[in-house]
Design a binder for this molecule. Structure first.
Ligand code: GLV
Length: 326
């Protein structure tokens, strides 16, 4: 019997590819070419499955043009590249990779907070540029982290991981805002207090964004929200580009409206707003919050397991729209 045909849309670990090839006839993209949407559609012809990362858009137009497609497995926990209602309407299964990246991503969120508050990158650039000629009392004096107030917007698994690091490791006073409030048990485990969004913005010394990107969260942090923050505050975005209005943030950083920002995700990435590239008080990283070798392997394995689980055994591990399973 011939094997089901799948497309692996981006370069992946050779081990992942080898594993998929045991079960499927695979067309892959190990050269990691950037495919246009029409090219992606052309390559999906006759394929029943797609191994995607967060960068391939699976929308109604693509689905209409790819009638054989039955499953798209995202190697990412975020899935704003999927139009899940359109996928469900066409009975195409969507899967993502939750849990396996939670702690690693929370580690990175905290690292970015520390780098931002303590001006690590800015001072490193200064040193490398040969500008360090003498020590001075206020050189790169940043914001206190331990004992300060940590605000978290979006309190899912990763938000809770950051809260625990802040509360238990750094004695921070943790406040959060989320669509729904955590149970008293989870709040106690995170030592976190629920507050309204305005109080969060006004009170946090360090604000970390970990909410999913949706139409409702588009520009959740813009000029008006930044205006509510303390002038000494820092802002970290490890969620998705588009949640922050990057132009407004660059303006606020330039004007010293807040102290600093740390950004791992950007509106329209991999392009970065040019004004962010020229302000010194921002730490910029290229969407690497889950990037440890162990975690990226685990994400790739889970995405592959979802394809194998669904197409071979009929049991995907982490479906986003289980209603299509019938
Ligand atoms: C990364 O951004 C992910 O969603 O896994």
């Amino acid at each position: 019997m011939s094997k089901p045909r799948i497309l692996v849309a981006r370069a992946v670990f050779p081990q992942t590819l080898a594993r998929l090839e045991q079960h499927f006839e695979v067309e892959s993209n190990q050269a990691d070419a950037t495919w246009s949407q029409p090219e992606l559609i052309a390559r999906l012809q006759g394929k029943v499955g797609a191994f995607t990362t967060g960068t391939e858009r699976i929308d109604a137009t693509l689905l209409a043009a790819c009638p054989d497609l039955k499953v798209c497995a995202n190697m990412a926990v975020g899935f704003n590249n999927f139009d899940v209602p359109a996928m469900s309407a066409r009975k195409v299964l969507a899967t993502n990779t939750p849990d396996v990246l939670t702690e690693t991503t929370a580690d990175f969120g905290f690292a970015l907070l520390m780098a931002t508050a303590r001006r690590i990158c800015e001072s490193e650039h200064y040193l490398r540029a040969g500008q360090w000629t003498k020590w001075s009392y206020d050189m790169f004096a940043g914001a206190e982290v331990h004992g300060s107030t940590l605000g978290i917007l979006g309190m899912g698994r990763i938000g809770q991981g950051i809260a625990k690091r802040g509360a238990h490791g750094f004695g921070m006073n943790v406040i959060y805002h989320n669509r729904s409030r955590l149970t008293p048990e989870l709040e106690a485990a995170c030592k976190a207090r629920y507050v309204g969004k305005e109080e969060l913005l006004k009170t946090a010394d360090h604000l970390v964004l970990v909410l999913p990107y949706t139409a409702a969260s588009h520009h959740a942090i813009g000029a008006a929200e930044i205006a509510l923050m303390k002038p000494t505050a820092t802002l970290v975005n490890i969620a998705r580009g588009g949640i922050v209005d990057d132009a407004a943030l660059a303006q606020a950083l330039k004007a010293g409206r807040i102290a600093a920002a740390g950004l791992d995700v950007f509106e329209g990435e991999p392009k970065v707003h040019p004004d962010l590239l020229t302000v010194p008080n921002v730490v910029l990283t290229p969407h690497i919050a889950s990037a440890t070798v162990t975690t990226r392997r685990a994400m790739a394995d889970l995405a592959a397991d979802n394809l194998i689980g669904f197409l071979v055994d009929g049991k995907p591990l982490t479906p986003l729209n289980p209603e299509v399973l019938g």
